[in-house]
Design a protein around this ligand. Structure first.
Ligand SMILES: [Mg+2]
Length: 410
């Protein structure tokens, strides 16, 4: 099997409402680049990449001279062809590599007639549990604002009723820490049997991180995720707070994982199939974590059904996945795959059973959302439509005002 063509299509798929985070916002849609890698036998493998609200079409087109004639089975060679560690100092193609790896695994699975999970060691579970992943959000047509503790609890109640979540992760760092602490405590009080996570995307100062961490010690926490920036910052928090720490920001490659093993900063590593350069590096990293008794979870960098499939196949094969995975997926209004969005049942999503990634593109939906991208364009993920002129600093001192309800039109 040989690669003969790579097609990239940028789509904009609407979210229920604009999602606020510590560095900006998702402006009411996800912009994703869908990658189709065609082989000489007519099979097409699927990949997907984000990009902070921007298209990555041009970057994929530029890979064609590197990959024409490449055998998709040669996954290790693929890594060195487009993202070897020293050449990557000039051209960081890790996330591009990830999307091409997804497509090659999809091609291999289709060629052999087996699901991707069979190529990755075989599935240990048929469905992967997910956390609710709660965001503060602006109101949008048909979807209410989430800002106050009461609104957050109500939103969580709706999500729990609809999808069956029993783990709730609050994406914070938007409002002052004391206000978000009040929100987190409201969740703990409203859902005493459920487990909680808080993730302010590393924007707290060490002093605020310590204060927040100590204040939640008695709650039903699974972990505190990236309260502050950097391995050194996390180490300080870990030494003084009795809550496990997690990261998806500063352990995203093997060098950083080694550092975290040698001098522990995070107890749980959130593996992201895009950030780590593919599904296979995540499986390898999970093996290291298993050896050193680090926890693993599955990170969500914002996904449509193709990337979600990579997260499901990853989750299916990891023996040490004891935490529910993250996904933004339930925030989407639609998907580009055949059959529309994959469904949650009892807080989990079934691992696709078809060959390869087990999802196929719905051509009509792709055309519809490619048109929406042409109409609306990209968006700056690191800016907030409700706070013109604002940009994020780390540590942040300029939080949004929680007493103000802002209307945005985008
Ligand atoms: Mg995070």
């Amino acid at each position: 099997m040989k690669i003969v063509d790579i097609r990239a299509t940028t789509v904009a798929v609407p979210l229920e409402a604009p999602l606020r985070h510590s560095n900006g916002a998702h402006w009411g849609r996800f912009v994703r680049t869908i990658v189709e890698v065609e082989a000489d036998n007519g099979l097409v493998g699927l990949g997907e990449m984000g990009g902070g609200g921007e298209s990555a079409e041009a970057a994929f087109s530029a890979l064609m001279p590197y990959l024409r004639g490449h055998d998709p089975f040669q996954l290790e060679a693929l890594r060195f062809k487009i993202a070897n560690p020293t050449a990557s100092l000039y051209n960081n193609r890790t996330q591009l590599l990830a999307a091409i790896e997804f497509a090659c695994i999809d091609l291999i699975g289709q060629q052999l007639g087996v699901p991707a999970s069979d190529l990755l060691g075989g599935r240990l579970r048929d469905s992967v549990p997910f956390a609710s992943y709660l965001f503060y959000r602006y109101a949008a047509e048909g979807y209410s604002e989430v800002r106050t503790p009461d609104q957050l609890v109500e939103h969580t109640r709706e999500l729990k009723a609809a999808h069956g979540f029993t783990v709730h992760k609050l994406k914070g760092g938007v409002f002052p820490p004391d206000f978000e602490l009040e929100c987190y405590r409201a969740l703990a009080a409203a859902f005493p049997d459920d487990r909680l996570r808080y993730d302010p995307n590393a924007v707290l100062s060490v002093a605020e991180g310590l204060r927040f961490g100590r204040a939640i010690e008695e709650l039903n926490n699974e972990y505190l995720e990236d309260p502050v920036w950097g391995l050194e910052g996390l180490r300080v928090i870990r030494e003084q707070v009795r809550v496990p720490l997690a990261t998806n920001t500063v352990v995203v490659n093997f060098e950083q994982l080694a550092s975290n093993v040698l001098r522990r900063a995070a107890d749980v590593v959130l593996l992201d199939t895009t950030f780590w350069g593919g599904i296979r590096p995540c499986v390898k990293a999970a093996g290291v974590c298993e050896t050193f008794q680090l926890g693993v979870a599955v990170h969500s960098s914002g996904e449509l059904g193709i990337q979600l499939a990579t997260m499901l196949h990853l989750g299916a094969v990891l023996p040490n996945l004891t935490y529910a995975a993250d996904a933004h997926y339930h925030q989407l209004r639609d998907d580009v795959i055949e059959g529309g969005k994959l469904a949650y049942a009892d807080g989990a999503i079934a691992v696709p059973t078809g060959p390869g990634l087990g999802v196929r593109l719905d051509k009509d939906r792709v055309a519809q959302y490619a048109e929406l991208y042409r109409e609306l364009g990209g968006y700056p993920y690191d800016r907030d439509p409700g706070r013109p002129g604002w940009y994020a600093q780390v540590p942040n001192e300029r939080f949004a005002d929680p007493t103000v309800s802002v209307e945005v039109s985008i």
